[in-house]
Design a protein around this ligand. Structure first.
Ligand code: NAP
Ligand code: MN
Length: 264
């Protein structure tokens, strides 16, 4: 079993990382930071996002595990006191793999043939870089849907629906549902300008395209990563072909995680 560990970088997470590494190496597991089969993230959900982006080029070959050193997370759902059990299970191949959907973001530029693809585990958001109103024509399945005016748009995965999406009034979507959700960030709605106002949940193969009305400079976030794009012709959001895989060692139902994180 080839493994890698990604630490949040604080003292507590680094200490637990060292402890786990020694334990795993002592069990003849192989540290392979280039092409691991298992990636353990130690910290929080944000650490798992970082681990995902570090290994997204080999995402179909990797299974992720998240250990939390702060509060319980959605991805980081193993406690520090459980790591021995977790490592034993890894060593003995005693786990199941579950797959969660990702968002694919495809940016097409004015320059013909130029495009960039991104994968998001939580969400992608789009705003103006200068804080002014984002104006975008929104097409769904190549038909014009609305002209959006507002602070921005957020397109989230089911597992990301408990993150920023939730703060925007989006629904919590079970990760077994292959869908993406688009939520508005402070849309302008009055007698002149109109948007749908509700979050939209789109199934696989239903592409949302946003096209600039006046080409400007856009700020896009892909999870925790911030990027600026110029010369954008259109941006397409959809359920990605790729999925993220998580190693599951014990049942911890999604709705239980929702309860434990938000209710008590
Ligand atoms: P951060 O500012 O530390 O993250 C904000 C919070 O979101 C943290 O408590 C983080 O948990 C939690 N979180 C991350 N993924 C989650 C998920 N799938 N479900 C529920 N909570 C989740 O920054 P970060 O750790 O780098 O995470 C980036 C994410 O922050 C973005 O993808 C976005 O979803 C979220 N965010 C939320 C808001 C908001 O709610 N208003 C605003 C901006 C960004 P940990 O403490 O365990 O890391
Ligand atoms: Mn964080």
């Amino acid at each position: 079993m080839r493994f890698a560990v990604v630490s949040k970088g604080d003292t507590k997470s680094n200490a637990l990382t060292d402890k786990m590494m020694n334990y795993m190496l002592g069990m003849d597991m192989v540290l392979d930071e280039k092409s691991p089969e298992i990636v353990v993230s130690v910290g929080g959900d944000g650490t798992l996002l970082q681990a995902f982006h570090r290994y997204q080029h080999i995402v179909s070959d990797v299974s992720f595990v998240g250990v939390h050193t702060g509060h319980l997370g959605f991805y980081a759902d193993w406690g520090q006191d459980e790591v021995e059990r977790l490592i034993m299970a890894l060593k003995n191949d005693d786990f199941e793999v579950v797959e969660y959907p990702l968002v694919e973001v495809m940016i097409h530029y004015d320059k013909v043939g130029m495009e960039t693809k991104y994968l998001a585990l939580n969400e992608a958001t789009l705003r103006m870089t200068n804080g002014s109103t984002l104006v975008m024509d929104v097409d769904i399945r190549n038909r014009h849907f609305e002209r959006f005016r507002g602070d921005g748009l957020c397109i989230s995965t089911p597992s990301g629906s408990t993150a920023y999406n939730k703060a925007l009034g989006g629904a919590i979507i079970h990760p077994s549902i292959e869908a993406v959700q688009m939520t508005e960030i402070a849309s302008i709605n009055n007698r002149v300008f109109r948007t749908v106002g509700s979050p939209l949940v789109l199934p696989k193969h239903h592409f949302v395209n946003v096209r600039p009305v006046n080409s400007e400079e856009y700020q896009m976030t892909i999870d925790h990563v911030n990027l600026v794009h110029k010369g954008v012709k259109s941006i397409q959001f959809s359920v990605a072909e790729e999925k993220i895989r998580f190693a599951r060692f014990r049942p911890f139902p999604f709705w239980q995680r929702v309860h434990d994180s938000f209710i008590s």
